[in-house]
Design a protein around this ligand. Structure first.
Ligand code: NOJ
Length: 752
């Protein structure tokens, strides 16, 4: 306890604690400590706690004010920094923590943050891929392992999970979320928070989570990154906010606001979101971190005149910590002195931040997360690799399997593997992997070689030219077809062709919006050229978002969606191809037929002219059907499942029981995700044609059946009206159960 000796505040605290404990009796211990510490702090020190800098490098965007960033070390020593992001590694973290704890007046420890999005060193599938598993236990475990590895590198706070719902595959960040559905997204968000935070935040292997981005970021107009968000109350209350409310109820420690303007007001200065809803109605006890420079961006939004104005508006609206805008650190003290920001606003923000630091155990031991042995032992641990493989297998979705092309026979001769992604050890790691090492994925080729020596490889089309980084990623789409001839020749003499096509790992993620969801570059042409000579194709897609692949759906007999599966990619894909794992994933996001259908999602309203009708005046396109190529919740298996006997038992109206019998009618064991949807047929605010309200994933042996049970309470049956009140209305409902959002058994039911 070296720090106690040289930190006078420790002594003051200890003294202060005794009477406080008696006076405040029931007030929790941490609150007492926070209040005592606040009393010791100068205004400048309080503002310092509300300031977050990026560490050694600017990892996720341009550093807004290079000049001031140079002063970082001076600021650390003088207690002008509450947290840093992008500093990792026990040695680095310890050094920086020492600067602050030993040299600043009060020695208040820093919190070290990083975007730990889908694993840290050992990489799991991108979050959208994990969501396709519908396996909450596996997803929680993935986050748990991310926390174990990140904390072993000295970190104690992640900017995850992203719980933005998005219906727009043009938006590159859909790769970081759980897809289009609020119910599924909420449950997955909760699993991730549990995985990161565990049951005891003070343990050295749990880290604080962040629910982000509050709010509406996934609804950027036209899917263009950072674009305006303008949405109605019904969508806000029923689609966007529920995952955040659930995260708050689950005690998430921080919430990140967002870059976007929501209905004319930037999220960072949005009192309605941050004060009225988050900290008011929901009684959020953690703190709000701004997004990177989102304060500063309010000047470009045309909402703040200068940085001083930014600081005033952001603080007053409930933003507690400023990431890389330099607004609080430069102007908040003056704002308070000028009477523009009440000291109570500052005290409240600082108390929230200190509380989390206490909960993390940082006051007890600021070096709690700096254990070099843990760092050495835990990164890339064999158990983590095994869990990553399990998660990767579960994330794969079988989209088509005509004529049972899959699984491949292990004795299969002459397999051609085509596509540069097949031989890539980097791209399958996906985007958002700040802690990881490049080229550490098992490639598809490596995975396949463990099963067979019958494979030959041709690149076909180059996907990436040059270096892919923050600035350079535009070079992804090459037009070079010089590799086609080799690929076609190889396909011609092979019995089966595995074509590994899709997006480069850096083609989705932040700043990677697209106006076209086709296979990038010349890959579609390559696919068609190969098809000319060999139709026995398995298309293995790697991508960070839904793609438009109507041609492939029509022509190619087998299609596997593999997203970007992380470290164990090739092993997972090979085990599915050869049938050692029977695919069980289901799409968490609708796959459109064409880009013009976007945004396309399953839980739409009916419109007044639903159709189809014989006349032209109904809600449709004249050049495309309304239905998607693959619906939400869709995914095949190597076996078959049959649904029967849908029953509703409402003898206890507070817990309506829905049951269905699912039978594995195929000849091998497989996992199925049974899905429950409801439709509230008449509402005081119109309700979607269907909404997911339950799911269950289970394994059935060949021939085995199971009665699957769901429970509907008012939580599932109600909705938010346009005043933001949760209402439950009696009346007619449709209750639907099935293997995906379009193949459903249906029964009417009346809620009394
Ligand atoms: C910007 C992103 O929007 C946010 O999600 C992330 O946590 C920060 N950069 C920090 O890296």
């Amino acid at each position: 306890m070296k720090w106690i000796i040289f930190k006078p505040i420790a002594v003051i605290l200890l003294l202060a604690l005794v009477p406080n404990q008696k006076v405040f009796g029931q007030l929790d211990e941490i609150q007492t400590k926070v209040e005592a510490l606040l009393k010791e702090m100068t205004l400048a020190e309080k503002v310092g706690q509300m300031n977050q800098y990026s560490g050694f490098w600017d990892a996720t965007g341009p550093s807004p004010r290079e000049g001031q960033a140079k002063d970082k070390y001076g600021h650390l020593k003088s207690g002008m920094v509450g947290s840093v992001l992008n500093v990792r590694g026990v040695e680095n973290v310890r050094k920086m923590q020492e600067l602050v704890v030993e040299e600043s007046r009060l020695g208040i420890p820093l919190i070290f943050a990083l975007d730990v999005i889908h694993g840290h060193k050992t990489l799991f599938p991108i979050p959208l891929g994990e969501a396709a598993s519908w396996d909450l236990e596996a997803i929680e475990k993935s986050a748990r392992i991310g926390a174990i590895e990140a904390s072993a590198e000295g970190l104690n706070w992640t900017f995850a999970p992203m719980i933005d719902i998005s219906r727009d595959a043009r938006w590159g960040r859909v790769m970081e979320g759980a897809g289009e559905d609020t119910y599924l997204g909420t449950r997955i968000g909760l699993a991730r928070i549990k995985g990161f935070q565990g049951d005891d935040l003070s343990l050295n292997n749990t880290i604080a989570a962040t629910a982000k981005h509050f709010a509406g970021y996934g609804f950027a107009e036209a899917g263009r990154e950072y674009n305006t968000v303008d949405i109605g109350t019904s969508t806000l209350y029923n689609v966007i906010l529920p995952p955040f409310k659930a995260a708050v109820d689950a005690n998430v420690k921080s919430v990140m606001n967002s870059f976007n303007v929501l209905n004319g007001v930037p999220a960072t200065a949005n009192k309605f979101l941050q004060r009225d809803i988050l900290k008011g109605e929901w009684d959020f006890k953690g703190f709000v971190i701004s997004d990177w420079g989102s304060g500063l961006e309010m000047i470009d939004h045309g909402f703040a005149s200068d940085l001083e104005h930014v600081a005033e508006m952001a603080a007053n609206a409930g933003s507690d910590m400023d990431m890389e805008s330099y607004a609080f650190i430069s102007h908040l003290q003056k704002n308070v002195e000028d009477g523009k920001v009440d000291i109570k606003v500052i005290d409240d923000a600082v108390a929230r931040i200190l509380r989390v630091k206490f909960e993390l155990g940082l006051f007890e031991d600021p070096y709690r997360y700096c254990d070099a042995k843990r760092e050495k032992d835990l990164l890339y641990h064999a158990d983590h690799m095994e869990a990553a493989l399990d998660m990767a297998k579960k994330s794969i979705v079988l989209l088509k399997n005509e004529g049972q092309v899959l699984p491949l026979n292990k004795a299969q001769k002459k397999i051609a593997v085509i596509g540069t992604l097949a031989d890539d050890k980097n791209s399958p790691l996906g985007n958002w992997r700040l802690g990881s090492d490049d080229n550490t994925a098992i490639s598809v080729m490596e995975g396949l070689k463990k099963y067979t020596d019958q494979i030959t490889f041709a690149e076909g089309a180059e996907l990436v030219v040059g270096h892919v980084d923050f600035v350079n990623e535009a070079k992804i789409n090459t037009t070079d077809k010089s590799g086609f001839a080799e690929a076609v020749a190889l396909a011609k003499e092979s019995e089966v062709v595995l074509m590994v096509l899709g997006e480069h790992g850096f083609q989705s993620g932040e700043g990677r919006s697209r106006t076209n969801l086709d296979l990038p570059g010349v890959q579609q042409e390559l696919l068609e050229a190969v098809y000319e000579v060999n139709k026995n194709i398995v298309l293995i897609l790697m991508n960070g978002r839904p793609l438009t692949i109507p041609w492939a759906d029509k022509h190619v007999p087998a299609i596997l969606e593999t997203w970007q599966l992380g470290t164990q990619s090739g092993n997972a894909i090979a085990s599915v191809l050869f049938g050692d794992y029977n695919p069980s994933g289901k799409l968490p996001m609708t796959f459109p037929r064409s880009i013009g259908q976007v945004p396309i999602y399953y839980n739409t309203y009916s419109t007044g002219r639903p159709g189809p009708k014989d006349i032209v005046f109904w809600s449709h396109y004249s050049d495309e059907v309304n239905t998607p190529l693959y619906p939400f919740g869709y995914g095949l298996s190597y076996t078959k499942f049959e649904y029967s006997d849908l029953q509703i038992n409402d003898s206890d109206p507070t817990k309506v029981e829905v049951s269905v019998v699912v039978k594995n009618t195929g000849d091998r064991a497989g996992e199925e995700v049974a899905q429950l949807y409801i439709q509230d047929k008449v509402g005081s605010v119109v309700r979607p044609v269907k909404e997911l309200k339950g799911f269950d994933k289970f394994l059935l042996k060949a021939g085995e059946s199971k009665t699957v049970k769901f429970t509907l309470t008012d939580n599932e049956l109600g909705f938010y009206n346009n005043q933001g009140e949760f209402v439950v209305e009696p009346g007619d409902f449709n209750i639907m159960v099935g293997p995906n959002s379009m193949e459903l058994m249906i029964k009417s039911w009346v809620k009394k």
